[in-house]
Every structure is written in C-alpha cells, then in structure tokens.
Design a protein around this ligand. Sequence first.
Ligand SMILES: *Cc1c(COP(=O)(O)O)cnc(C)c1O
Length: 366
Amino acid sequence: MSRSDDRNARITRLVRPAVQAVQAYHVPPAQGMVKLDAMENPYPWPGELRDAWLAALADVSANRYPDPTAAALKAQLRRDGGVPDAAGLLLGNGSDELIQLLALALGGEGRVVLAPGPGFAMYRLIAAFTGLEYQEVPLADEDFALDEGAMLAAIARHQPTVIYLAYPNNPTGNAFDAAAMEAVIEAAPGVVVIDEAYEPFCGRTWMSALERYDHLLVMRTVSKMGLAGLRLGYLAGHPDWLAQLEKCRLPYNINVLTQASATFALEHGDRLRAQTDSLRAERERLFEALQVRDGLQQVWPSEANFITFRTQPGRAGGVHASLRENGVLIKNLDGSHPLLSDCLRVTVGTADENARFLVALDAAIG
Ligand SMILES: *Cc1c(COP(=O)(O)O)cnc(C)c1O
C-alpha cells in the first residue's frame, strides 16, 4: 500500500464519521480588503488608550498560569453586562467555546439541539461534530419572524435538550418577538440559551429573565462590541447549571493576556459604547442607502451590526465576486439556506468603508 493510501485508509477508519461529514468552517483571506464580512468593529483604539493598555499588560506574568477563576474579569463583566446578582457566570474562549461546552455537557446519543433557521452556523456545526442531532425550524419567509406554532410543535416532537435563540439573530439581523420567545422558553423541556452576541447594537436583553427561569442561560461575547481578537464569551445563568458546565471547561481557557486586556477594555467601556453607538447610526444610514437601490430586491432592517439584502435573482454570486474584485469583502449567503437565496450580508463599517462598499455595489449591480 502506498504511503498516501495508508494514510487515507486510517483517516477513513478512525476519524468519527460525523466529523468526516462536516464541512470545515471557511474563513476567506482578507489581506488589504475593506473587510465587511465578519461583524468586526472597524474602529481602532485612540492612541492614549492603546498606551494605557500596553502599560497594563506590562504587569502580566506570562510565566504563570492564568487565574482559573478569572475573578477580576468576571466582576468587570458583571458590572458591564448587568448580570443579576443571583446568577452565575461561566467564561469561554469566545462564545463558540461555550456552545461546544454545552454540547460536551449535554450531548449524547439521541439528544437534540433545536434552533430556528437560518441561524448561526456554529450551533449546527458543533452539534454535528459532537454527535448531537440538530433540528432546525424555519423562520417565517417574508420577515424572518420566529414561527411560534412551528417552534412549539418541534419542541413537543423532538423534546430538545438545548434550544438556541439568537437575539438579534444572525444572519437575519432581527430580534424575535418577545412573546413568541417567552412561549418557547415556557414550553422547553431542557435548557434555552439566548445568544446575545449583538446586544450592543440592539439594547434589549433577556438578562433579567434569568430571575424568572432557572433553565434559561444568556450568552454574551465581547467580539461584536469591538474585542473579537481577544476571544471571550460568557454564559450567565443559575449557578447549579453553571457548576455542571464548569466541569467541562478546561481550567485555563481564558489566557492571561485576554483576562488583562478585557478587564482593561471594559474599565473603559464608555469608549467601546461610543463606537457601537456610532455604528448604530452608520447602520441606519447604510440601510437607507441600500433601500433606495433599484438593483436590489429586498433589504431587511437590522438590530445588529450587519445588514442582509437580496440581489436580483441569480445575481448574488456575481455581485459578491465583483465587490471582491473591487477590494470589498462581504458575505455571500446564497446557497447557505433555502430562505437566503440571492442574499448577501454586509457588516457595518466606518463611514468611509460603507461609502466604498456602496460605490463598489453600484458598479456591481448597475
Ligand atoms: C459572532 C457570533 C457569535 C460568536 O462569538 P464569539 O464570541 O466570537 O465566538 C455567537 N453567536 C452569534 C449569533 C454570532 O453571530
């Protein structure tokens, strides 16, 4: 047997079939591009803040393991996030790691994860490679509303262990109706995770609902508010639930640089909030600009830092490629879900980036 045949035979025999079946998450190269594909905050820190941050990092001991409880950071996150006093906090290396942690703790043969779709890709991907069954309930097709009746029917039928509700939802940008969400929470036989990754751009939160529901967990991340590079997410919920999940967390998952940097950044949270406020204003300007473009079929209002829109039939791939050739990278959603045919998603950038995007878009759809 040749060396490569032997290698391939071993891989096929040993790697779990569920993992072999997964399509790897693809991050396209973006060097030198106007990068509007990943919901990053485009603003750098002002110089004096950068200097103070670097000074704070000088005190970090890279030779020591991080504080496994991340006590200082947790206290700061509680203040910043309005976490109820009675709730516990669990930290993840990005909220992606928290989704994986939930799968490790709650997974197993025949267990079901349920979420409305189109939704965040990681719920499905992590379910697939951890061996959980993923059930998706389609959103209403005209405005991506949560289909309460279909959700309740799916809950009765599949008895999901975990339900994910992203609020606002990615990639649709809307925040679901609160009464429909409440009905889902009431009906859930397992845990409900409300993913508030875009809370900084929406302003509404389910944090106070933790006082009413012990099977509710609220997930947040610092990524979309402007600290995507640090990789930090947190889960707030009843301490008894978090104590179980905590057992699956690797003890030093939040490294010393992230702990120090996030604590520092949140101490200056007013600076980040000024940036997210400015992005909200840019979002409204961009929405209005997209809405008047005849070359587009539909533009959906957004409570996040991105806008999803529909090109003319069959044009999404061409428009996406033309934008890329003109140095603007956005996300092509066409083909990722039946409800997203001809759809593209653009992250809200600086005023200058958004203007460059619109110029490139006009060239593409003109
Ligand atoms: C971006 C995003 C996340 C991922 O956050 P990280 O903390 O960067 O891992 C989680 N949920 C939703 C809905 C997102 O869009």
